[in-house]
Design a protein. Sequence first.
Length: 164
Amino acid sequence: MSTWRPRSIQWRGPHYLVPMLDQLLATLQGQVGPQLISQLGLNEGQAQGSINAAGDSVKQVLGGGDGFGLDDVLNLFSSAQNTAGANGILDQIGQVFNQKLTGQVGLSGQQAGGVVNMVLPLLTQLLSDKVGGNAGNLQGLLGELGKGGDLAGLAKGLLGGLFK
């Protein structure tokens, strides 16, 4: 006997209880954490702090909506070649990430550069695989970043920067 559920609610399984970015960071930790330790000489705390800093950097840059277009965000997290705007977002994430690594995690500039070069491409790929240039998937991610999942509100915020 099946359980009745309203049509507007779809059961997607328990894996959807964990937010998308947290899932991706756990995957990232498993894939690159050991390399951070073996190749860059980080200890476990620094490796975990580096992964957390990567997630925080994405949240800070995308959550802020600092004058970049929604099409650039969709392009960044798709399989298409990056536009200049998408590369600008990626550069901004990299800068924030580097600052967090040296300021919060306590890495040297050289270590931080190695971590950014190792982690950021993989994180971008994981996000691209999840978002896939799809506005609905991006909406889910942005909702987790404090945008409340309101794609129209995000677009308004992003476009608002053009009219200042």
